[in-house]
Design a protein around this ligand. Sequence first.
Ligand code: GLN
Ligand code: ZN
Length: 763
Amino acid sequence: MVKSSVLGYPRIGVDREWKKALEAFWSGKLEEVAFQQQLRELRLKHWGKLQAAGIDLIPVGDFSYYDHVLDTAAMFGLIPKRFAYEGGVVPLSVYYGVARGTKEAAASEMTKWFNTNYHYIVPELEDGATPVLTENKPLIAYREAKEALGIEGKPVILGPLTFLKLSKGYDVSSETDAWLDRLLPLYVQVLKELAREGVRWVQIDEPILVTKLGAEDLQRLKKIYEALAEAAPTLNIMLQTYFESVEHYRELVALPVQGIGLDFVHGYAGNIASLRAHGFPEDKVLGAGVIDGRGIWKATLREKQALLAELAEVVAPEHLLVQSSCSLLHVPVTAEVETKLPTELRAALAFADEKLDELVLLTKALNSAGTTGAEIASVLEQNDRELQQLQQSAVRNRGDIQQAVAAICEQPLERSRPFAERHTAQQEQWKLPLFPTTTIGSFPQSAEVRKARQLWRKGEWSQQQYADFIREQIDLWIQLQEDIGLDVLVHGEFERTDMVEFFGEKLAGFAFTQNGWVQSYGSRCVKPPIIYGDVAFIGEMTVEETKYAQSRTQRPVKGMLTGPITIMNWSFVRDDLPREQIAYQLAYALRQEVEALEQAGIGMIQVDEPAVREGLPLKEAEQADYLAWAVNAFRMTTCTVQDTTQIHTHMCYCEFHDMIDSIEAMDADVISIETSRSHGELIHSFEQNTYHLGIGLGVYDIHSPRVPRVEEMGSMIDRALRVLDPKLFWINPDCGLKTRGREETIASLRHMVEATRIARAKY
Ligand code: GLN
Ligand code: ZN
């Protein structure tokens, strides 16, 4: 019999109970005992759901109190020294200290989990640290599920190779083997104890196997799995990969494990090609990830059936496991509550719970092949109908948009003159001083601002009242910016909650869920918009506020837009169009806003792209293509303006130092970029690739309420000017100031202007 499984289930709960419990515990409103009890109830509830849905092999141990990578580090007692951890089971206070920082010690770094928007805590393998098994977390989870619900669970463990590769603090070239030698015995111990308990299957996650590994790592992989197989011969190991196709298929299937899990959604082409070319070992179970664990759409069940039929020709039914492509952590819990969405959209959605049903149905269908159950046939027909209805709906068939975008793609995506000439024209137009100062766009969203928005949303304030309030805020901050002495002003973004949602709400083709939350990092959840139709410009989105701000000052006010790639990467997008096409539709819509701003007399327009890097494919071979069309989308958005109109962009939150060529190709007149958290790497890479356009390296970190001293900013400026052309240099903070307080913002900006004054005198 074919069986079904998932790789993990969302932790947050239908109503984000998880988030609420964590935050209540942190704030001291919830005692530890009650907190533990609430989380246990949540775990049981989730297992109960998987059980009720009919999932055969239920994951246990994928639940977390914050993040599963941190869990793994804590299980091995790998807590950085600065947290004064004294050994034994890691107390919650230490665990959360590592994640969030304490008064005495800075938090561990947080970074993106492969190419998802989930962030994990980076383990620090410190010199001289000796890992020990503090508690067998997978075993504890297994027992809990068994005792409470009689579930024969599948413990989920982050594999040793991936764990090592994601950790930092050690010298990768000389210390990897020593670390492996310290960790491997602990993994052995975990598995031995699981085997002794009678556990049948364990899922060991090694997503690192979808990236290219060198000979040494392949050697380590072999060593790891030989040791684990030998240690626990009665235990079945499912070596699980996801997010892409595996790079080293032949080495992988030769390992002495009982199962190999492959992603047949995001790694379909590569994995199916490997399987066709090299077959699949008869003695192993194939974990067939056929249901998209990251996307929100219902599967085309007939296509999945055909795929499974092909796989069933290669592996025997008892060796086939129908799975999600990755953990369901990356999708919202259930679409059932989304009653306010357009019918055709809602009918096509499958969040975590709906995916369980899909998996069970496909499994059932395989097991009853030949008997063609009437129930299955009717589900398949309904699935065809629902997907067709969305496909044929008017929102997905905007001929006007499709033709316009196709036509634009034929035109050169270039400003009318090269940067050097534009630069001269812009200097004449704007007469900006040396090292112009500016900010990234948002100013503090005070309690008052949030309150006003609430009143307006609830209908207690009229549109006029709210608009007047926004104008007052703009007045206030235009005045403040002038007082502080900034050169290029902004309106402050008081009308926006979120830089993507704001635009999505004003464009056609978007929908917003009521409860479609997914975990982003720790207790923080995001509710991405859904791009489900052709994206179209409906009307001006930012002109009114920007024009108003400009009417209040003689200095230039920068218009402020979110770029096409960022909007796309922070949304759930339709899967019937290539992402490139969606990006161009967004670009075409935003270009109309750029043109409207220019028409309204706004001569500087910033198009933010903080999330360009997030869409970068895991496969190196695909990266150049992605970057090329991402650059095209930016150019499409901005290329039609006059020479004297100055296009700005902004990037932050991640490493840009290896994509400077692409950034330059975007051809923005000025870029402002976050610098303080890149520890000089960015400046270092500018030393190697001279950047030829206007650039502002952020001179202070906006993530902290601390007001930096003038000299600190001065030294950042001096350092940047050692490598950058002073004539092209701008001075600005790292990012928007929306989360900061008003007084500290004013004080910091005054220091920034003062540091600029000193720098101007020197050059
Ligand atoms: N313009 C936006 C702001 O200032 C940019 C935010 C971002 O880069 N994430 O808030
Ligand atoms: Zn930013």
